[in-house]
Design a protein around this ligand. Structure first.
Ligand code: GCO
Ligand code: MG
Length: 402
């Protein structure tokens, strides 16, 4: 089963997506997501200029060996561009293996561990009343878990609060737009938001909050402590995680659970966080953390240390990534939650898929492989359009994490 063709498809049905399609000599095709928000063409070039020539003629059945060949063979290890490119190849090869075996990928990962994949959506609004209306909407759609983000009085714009609700897209400018930040205003406001949400929706709805790397450990500890009465399922990315031991300080002060990992691209980025039980949920994804092969390794390490999965699933991860994530989600023993931001109708048309939402759960479907494809004709209707994520500055102009 030799690889005879591999092509990189860039399309923008509402936002940019990079997809790798691999073709074998016996007529199987497989797809992998390679989208890196705001840096899409870097991965497209890495793949078409440096990886595709290595794939032609290789045995498509050798998933592990191909992973090692691309990882060790590059000499330059890790990093989001490299790992997204490796992820795309790995995902496409799992897709092919499943199709060849005539079974969904989750069957090859050990079979089903649960009936459905519990998902969460984003309720966000400029004011607390807007937020409550959005939470209501998700509850009306039977979501069991909702991420809550609210505008902060005194700040003109806050990341995570958008006009486009269900399809929230953070990359919003042909050059980066600028948002404003004040830790003091934020910390003063957030606990009151959750008090209102709990008051309205009671104790059973699972609530999450994304801090987006904007605090220091001691500030995060204060936030976690102030949110304890509202029993969050998780506080996400409370601080930048380059310094993994920084999480020890947060842990000393609060029992609010912590979720981290959407910007990680290998097990080495979270090894200490997991082994020291400094987090509760690991949010790495198929596309940014080296594909199904590597993400499975991260989840297995996490399982040994009471850490559950909580994979990133924003709109900038394509339906190919979502389909692959669901195959893992349904099979691993330590599944926690899956983020699910809906894609636009144009995106769903470009990426026909078998997964379906019902009653608070996503279901991967029973198609052989991943159960997702790219319609290349439809993709060609939507050419690449440059788009950047915003940047964030403090009130005095200092550059800050967004
Ligand atoms: C999330 C994320 C996203 C990211 C986005 C970056 O938890 O869903 O934080 O909103 O910011 O995916 O490209
Ligand atoms: Mg996040």
């Amino acid at each position: 089963m030799k690889i005879v063709d591999a092509r990189v498809i860039v399309t923008c049905p509402g936002r940019n997506f990079v997809t790798l399609k691999i073709v074998t000599d016996d007529g199987f095709t497989g797809v992998g997501d390679a989208t890196l928000n705001g840096r899409e063409l870097a991965v497209a070039s890495y793949l078409s200029d440096h990886v595709v020539p290595l794939l032609i003629g290789r045995d498509a059945a050798r998933i592990e060996d191909t992973w090692q060949y691309l990882y060790k063979g590059a000499y330059w290890r890790r990093g989001p561009v490299t790992m997204s490119a490796i992820a795309a190849v790995d995902t496409a090869l799992w897709d092919i293996k499943g199709k060849q075996a005539g079974m969904p990928v989750y069957q090859m990962l050990g079979g089903r561990s649960r009936e459905g994949v519990t998902v969460y959506g984003h309720a966000n609004g400029a004011t607390v009343d807007d937020v409550l209306a959005e939470v209501e909407r998700y509850v009306g759609m039977s979501y069991r878990a909702v991420r809550v983000q609210c505008g902060v009085p005194g700040l003109a714009t806050t990341y995570g609060v958008s006009t486009d609700k269900l399809f929230y897209e953070p990359a919003d400018g042909t050059l980066p737009s600028q948002t404003q930040w004040s830790t003091e205003r934020y910390l003063a406001h957030v606990p009151g938001v959750f008090a209102r949400v709990r008051e309205e929706f009671g104790p059973h709805l699972r609530l999450l909050h994304d801090v987006h790397h904007r605090l220091t450990p001691i500030e995060a500890a204060r936030l976690g402590k102030s949110l304890e009465p509202y029993a969050l399922t998780w506080m996400e990315d409370p601080v930048p995680a380059e310094l993994q031991e920084g999480f020890r300080l947060i842990r000393q002060h609060t029992v609010t659970p912590i979720a981290v990992g959407e910007v990680f691209n290998s097990v080495w980025d979270c090894q200490q966080l997991i082994a020291e039980q400094l987090i509760d949920y690991i949010r790495t994804t198929v596309v940014h953390a080296g594909g199904i092969t590597h993400l499975r390794r991260i989840f297995d390490l996490a399982a040994l240390h009471h850490v559950r999965s909580g994979s990133h699933g924003a709109t900038d991860l394509s339906p190919v990534c979502m389909a692959a994530a669901l195959q893992l989600d349904v099979s691993i023993p330590n599944f926690g939650l899956q983020e699910y931001m809906r894609h636009t109708d144009d995106t769903d048309r470009v990426f026909p898929h078998a997964y379906r939402y019902a009653d608070g759960y996503l279901h991967p479907g029973e198609e052989p492989g991943l159960g997702v494809d790219i319609d290349e004709k439809a993709a060609a209707e939507f050419p690449y359009a440059p788009a950047y994520l915003p940047v964030n500055r403090l009130e005095d102009g200092t550059m800050h994490s967004w």
